[in-house]
Design a protein around this ligand. Structure first.
Ligand code: SF4
Length: 337
């Protein structure tokens, strides 16, 4: 008798860009097939948005749209509740309630595979949570252990690939899996601005979702700029930048905003773009810290872009063009001086 492979759906939203290769390895090692939702579309966003109240943050609406697109495609949907992955450093409350929120607003969803990750509860608790998740596939604890070791190794390799080769998460996923995730890179031999380096800071689910940010990375590369992102820095570099600016991190994503922002402000890039989403309290606070620091240092132009469901593409493009224009003029002046 041929046993049907269990299909696990992974929504391409929120923590996908941080952990997808690790999750994929874990489930495949346990004999399951992994299905990922397609890139975000306007229809997905509208569908996700229709299930929640208007002031829910944009990335959560996008995430629900991805869950809806997987409803007919898999046997289970994997939605972890990640409270903390570092001692006394916490995730936004949205991540904690994600499995419950999804169950409540998408009752037609296939069963949700969830796991509570909170490093503050100790290693024993973490191993128990991983084992409980793995038990859905096998009763053999050694198989679960092997799968989790392979998954963790994949995660370390993924992080290393991004920081040592200056790759974005979609580029690194593409390298690991061989499946195209990004548009081809523009030819970077343009004579006027080839050396312009722009850092973009913010959460991966804002930086790499090309639908909600209107292909920001691609547009910058197409204009022959070198693009740097938070994942291209090691965690150590981001942590020491946070230590310089605020002392100690309390939120997990401070590394992506404050850590990366402070590091790039001090590293001589030509400009920094901070991406936030409307209605996100933690982001508005952290991006403001970076903005103020840019004002104090007066060395690097900084622009903050706020994305929301009804942000017009024309508005984003105009601001981007004006910002780049200002940077190119500034660079030309520096060269002539
Ligand atoms: S950090 Fe902000 S944007 Fe991200 S899930 Fe939480 S509220 Fe939403």
């Amino acid at each position: 008798m041929i046993r049907k492979m269990i299909k696990i759906g992974i929504p391409r939203g929120l923590l996908y860009y941080q952990y997808y290769p690790m999750w994929k390895t874990f489930f495949e090692e346990l004999g399951a097939e992994v299905v990922v939702s397609p890139p975000t579309t306007q229809n997905m966003l509208s569908q996700g948005s229709s299930r929640v109240v208007a002031d829910t943050c944009l990335p959560a609406k996008v995430f629900l749209g991805h869950v809806l697109s997987l409803v007919e495609e898999c046997d289970y949907i994997f939605i972890p509740a990640i409270r903390s992955v570092k001692s006394k450093v916490y995730n936004c409350a949205k991540f904690l309630g994600l499995p419950d929120m999804t169950k409540a607003v998408i009752p037609e969803s296939p069963p949700i595979l969830d796991i509570d990750i909170d490093i503050n509860k100790g290693k024993r608790n973490l191993y128990l949570a991983i084992y409980q998740l793995g038990r859905r596939f096998t009763w053999n604890p050694f198989k679960v252990r092997q799968a989790s070791i392979a998954a963790w190794q994949t995660h370390l390799n993924y992080r290393q690939l991004m920081s040592s080769h200056s790759l974005t998460p979609p580029q690194a996923i593409e390298r690991i899996s061989g499946t195209p995730e990004t548009e081809p890179k523009a030819n970077s031999s343009h004579p006027t601005s080839a050396q312009t380096t722009i850092a973009i800071i913010g959460h991966p689910y804002l930086l790499y979702d090309e639908h909600i940010n209107y292909r920001l990375v691609h547009r910058l590369e197409q204009a022959h700029n070198k693009v740097l992102t938070p994942e291209m820095l090691t965690s150590g570099k981001r942590e020491s930048a946070i230590a310089r600016l605020t002392g100690r991190a309390y939120w997990t994503y401070e590394e992506e905003v404050v850590g990366a922002g402070e590091h790039y402000l001090q590293s001589g890039v030509d400009g920094i773009i901070g991406i936030v989403t409307f209605g996100c309290g933690p982001d508005s606070l952290m991006m403001d810290m970076v903005h103020r620091q840019a004002g104090r240092l007066k060395t690097t132009p900084f622009m903050s872009l706020t994305l929301e469901e009804h942000t017009a593409e024309g508005g984003v493009v105009t601001r981007l063009e004006a910002f780049l224009d200002m940077i190119y003029r500034r660079k030309r002046r520096q060269v002539c001086a």
